[in-house]
Design a protein. Structure first.
Length: 138
């Protein structure tokens, strides 16, 4: 677990604050997320790695005994059967460090979140476009 007093400014900084075995897991999760969301931006939000694409996609955090994966409540709901074997709640899945990390599941959930965010963005754009057409003076 991180011991520095200053919060990390980048995901690289965040990852470097952990032991090598946890760093390897975090890097593999990062690559897995990037595979599903190649255009996602990376940032630190709430002091943890966050991936965005037309809004928040997922957050990830490492703890002493688990990796927290935060795909928003919709990501949890959509994959509730697949995540039922893990400790989870409304917006969180906790992957125990003493068991294999389900990278394929992380990729599937992230891909779902990309699609969901794109659909929301397109809907917003269509509404905005319709509103603009109604305001055009003739």
């Amino acid at each position: 677990m991180r011991t520095e007093k200053q919060p990390p400014k980048t995901i690289d900084e965040y990852i470097s604050g952990f032991p090598e075995d946890i760093q390897a897991i975090l890097e593999k999760i990062r690559k897995t997320i990037r595979k599903a969301a190649s255009e996602a931006k990376e940032k630190i939000s709430y002091h943890i790695p966050t991936f965005t694409y037309y809004g928040i996609l997922v957050h990830v955090a490492a703890y002493d005994k688990h990796i927290g994966f935060y795909p928003t409540p919709s990501g949890i709901e959509k994959f509730k059967d697949e995540i039922s074997i893990y400790d989870n709640s409304k917006g969180t899945v906790r992957f125990s460090l003493d068991k294999p990390i389900p990278y394929k599941l992380i990729q599937k959930i992230t891909a779902f979140r990309v699609k969901e965010n794109l659909e929301k963005a397109e809907t917003k754009l269509k509404k905005k476009s319709l509103n603009m057409k109604g305001k055009v003076k003739r």
